[in-house]
Design a protein around this ligand. Sequence first.
Ligand SMILES: [Zn+2]
Length: 474
Amino acid sequence: MFQTNTSSSKTSRRDWLKALSLGGAAAMLPSCQKPAAKLAGAPAKSDRVRGIVFMVSDGMSPGVLTMAQAFSQQIRQRGTHWWDLINQRSSARGLMDNASANSLVTDSAAASTAWGGGQRVKNGMINVSVDGKEITPIAAILKKKDVRIGLVTTASVTHATPAGFAASVKERSNENSVAQQYLNRVDVILGGGSQFFDPKKRSDRADLFEEFGSAGYQVVKNRQELLDAKNEKLLGTFSPNYIPYTIDHEQSPELQAQVPLLAEMAEAALSRFLSSGKPFLLQVEGARVDHAAHLNDIGALLREQLAFDDAVGKVLELCAAHSDILIVVTSDHGNANPGLNGIGPSYGESNRCFETIARMKQSHEMLFARWRQNPQQDINALIKDSLGFTLQPDEAHCLEAVLTSKPIVEWNDLLENPEGQLGQFAGNHTGVGWTGTTHTSDPTIVTATGPQAERFSGMVVNTDVNLHLQELLG
Ligand SMILES: [Zn+2]
């Protein structure tokens, strides 16, 4: 499925770098990394890129794409936009190599730094090099060239993946600093994380809502305010930390009134950039696919992936009338590699098992929170109410033990925790298994459409993304 579109150009690596006219960025390119694309002179006029929408399903292992396609067919009788995009002849299809400087397995901070800063760094750092030097993020470089910058996410807006495009911090947890660095550098900021702008929550008591407001940003705090907003510059934070999981959002009218969908946030940002006529770089992140994978929570994960896919559909729709917008859809790393297993004779039970996922009504995050409110309650009644199935007596006993930090028998160290145990017990019903509860080294899927999309064909090294973004917009 993931064919490599080989370029007919025989331009040498030296010519390619010369064509880039990016001395600094070229010097950063490790000698072992060949550029993913080859340029032969200036791009044709029709290949001009005015804007780039870079879409990230964070922590999406390759198997998620297949399961999301099947899940979408099952619950809404249609496939996914990403699946269709891969199937279009005009799309570029590739795989991304996402290692970090210190590990074959990257975290989001190092992965986004590779895209936003052009270098591989140690996990945990955002735009700080292995030798401790600050790297200028792409937003700061492009801002000087009058390029509009947007960051849209379901994590806190200051979380690692958006921050990799627009901030530099030694520790990714320093979200207070990330928030300050966005001022006048990022034009549209939408997601969670109000606590990092709120004087009552920040340790330094700085009122960033006030500072952004004085700098011309319209500050919005709920869905309706976002839909009504008129300003070009926008700061929208809709929850103190992360945006709630889609599976929980779908069950709560209060959350639906407070928190916009990822597709609505993407539309708010993109429609501003499209109508401005100016060049732009917009990152749209479905962040909680990653969180659901860490929790081995297939119900939350697939609904999160469909919410991301709705955003992909909205972006494709809005850009359909614009021939100068490049859209890239990818992920930053795998996570726990969920996959549907063959169950029963001739694997004939797999489909029936997979169909049980649609009956899940609550995230494992919410389920564990409810259990912690009253640890004396019957765990099986809670699971039946949230996930639609019942544990075997020994499974229920094991889950209660691990939830209260009592020893259990588990041979995979990564699964010796409540999330790993519940993930496995759920898997006995859904047929879905997990490798662990952490990120994995698998290459991620990348698909691109629009002018210059072929740059994202074949095997793409994550640091090459930075060269492409800089050259196309700088
Ligand atoms: Zn990530």
